[in-house]
Write a protein that binds this ligand. Structure first.
Ligand code: OSB
Ligand code: MG
Length: 367
């Protein structure tokens, strides 16, 4: 297949409520929608999920926009691609910038699947009819407010809840949730807010029977994570640390944790996500699919990824309504009893909702 033109849309979708992590608060999801066209009138959709500022990874939305417009998309146009796996070769002189590359990788997979009249999940090797949803809850003003938030999502059907933590908003918050919901699949995500000197605080969490603690230490601290894992019963899960296959290999060798959060965008797209889950599976590590408060286009790729056999734990994939009043896809993503059906229609299995895109687009480019 050959890509003949590309369109990009910078979009700012307001969040229904602010989302607070250990590094700050977000009130809208700013992202790039990428539409790729082939010469036969097919199009593929991808999202670049990089945040507005580089707090989570080095990339940010506008750095990705420039790189896509001036470098990555011009290198892609009119090249013959047998399959999306070949994109890595095309971009091997551009280091990092995984979220920009993921937009292209995912859009190529969508297009590739549509050309074969196949669902995206099937095209990448997915095997599940439904994937397990999960909700991620930002830091709340008090343990009581957190329990109230968790109750709303449990009532909506979610069976796995992730809670953002930081020093001072950890044990008491999680204990309040555990007391109220003794059997809930509960986990915590620290987004690197701790250091090894906090090991005693994190050891207290062992009593709360968490599914895992996600990314307690810095992104480049694989050795320290291995030390911490030896001091904890609760499995550690790495998110920010896993930039690609090599980092996953290092984590496995060092014992830096037992679970990988594979974020499709962080690792460079579905092609890389597929490789990492295969490596994890061969080494008996559990994986699940994380999110970037993405729009439906990102979540559709996440659902396809989560249908792969190596994704063994509940995901941060929620309904469109969890974050947005209106999503940019139709139909919107819904969960029932904590499950999301994997679409069977060709490609990502959702159409774009152009009215919403035009309402929230702030800049567009055609390449
Ligand atoms: O670490 O997974 C993270 C949101 C912002 C920054 C980092 C993270 C998150 C989430 C959101 O947890 C998960 C989702 O998209 O539902
Ligand atoms: Mg995380």
């Amino acid at each position: 297949m050959k890509i003949s033109t590309a369109e990009m849309y910078k979009i700012s979708l307001p969040l229904r409520s602010p989302f607070k992590t250990s590094f700050g608060q977000m009130t809208s999801k700013d992202f790039i929608l990428l539409v790729l066209h082939d010469q036969n009138g097919n199009c593929g959709y991808g999202e670049c999920s990089a945040f507005a500022t580089p707090f989570y990874t080095e990339e940010f939305r506008d750095s990705a926009y420039l790189l896509l417009k001036d470098t990555l998309l011009p290198a892609l146009l009119n090249q013959e691609l047998a399959a999306p796996d070949q994109l890595a070769g095309l971009f091997n002189k551009i280091r990092g910038n995984h979220m920009a590359k993921a937009a292209i990788d995912n859009a190529c997979w969508d297009l590739f699947a549509k050309r074969q009249h196949q669902a995206l999940a099937k095209a990448i090797g997915g095997v599940k009819r439904q994937v397990t949803a999960g909700v991620s809850i930002g830091i709340q003003p008090s343990p009581g407010a957190l329990v109230a938030a968790v109750s709303t999502y449990v009532a909506a059907g979610y069976q796995r809840v992730k809670v953002k933590i930081k020093p001072g908003a950890d044990y008491a918050y999680l204990k309040a949730v555990r007391d109220q919901f003794p059997r809930l699949e509960l986990m915590a995500d620290a987004n690197s807010a701790y250091t090894l000197s906090d090991a005693a605080t994190l050891q207290r969490l062992d009593a709360l029977k968490l599914l895992m603690i996600e990314q307690p230490l810095a992104a480049d601290d694989l050795v320290q994570h291995a030390k911490l894992q030896r001091e904890l019963r609760t499995p550690l899960c790495l998110d920010e640390s896993i930039t690609g296959l090599a980092a996953a290999q290092a984590m496995i060798q060092l014992g830096s944790g037992r679970i990988i959060n594979i974020k499709v965008s962080r690792v460079g797209g579905l092609s890389a996500a597929k490789q990492i889950q295969a490596l994890a599976r061969a080494n008996q590590l559990d994986c699940w699919c994380g999110g970037m408060l993405g729009s439906g286009v990102a979540r559709a790729a996440d659902i396809a990824a989560a249908s792969l056999p190596g994704f063994t734990l509940p995901n941060d994939i929620s309904s469109s309504q969890r974050y947005f009043e209106k999503d940019i896809i139709t139909p919107e993503i819904t969960q029932e009893n904590g499950k999301i059906m994997v679409p069977t229609a060709a490609g990502i299995g959702y159409d774009l909702n152009w009215a919403v895109i035009h309402q929230y687009a702030t800049e567009t480019a055609t390449i």
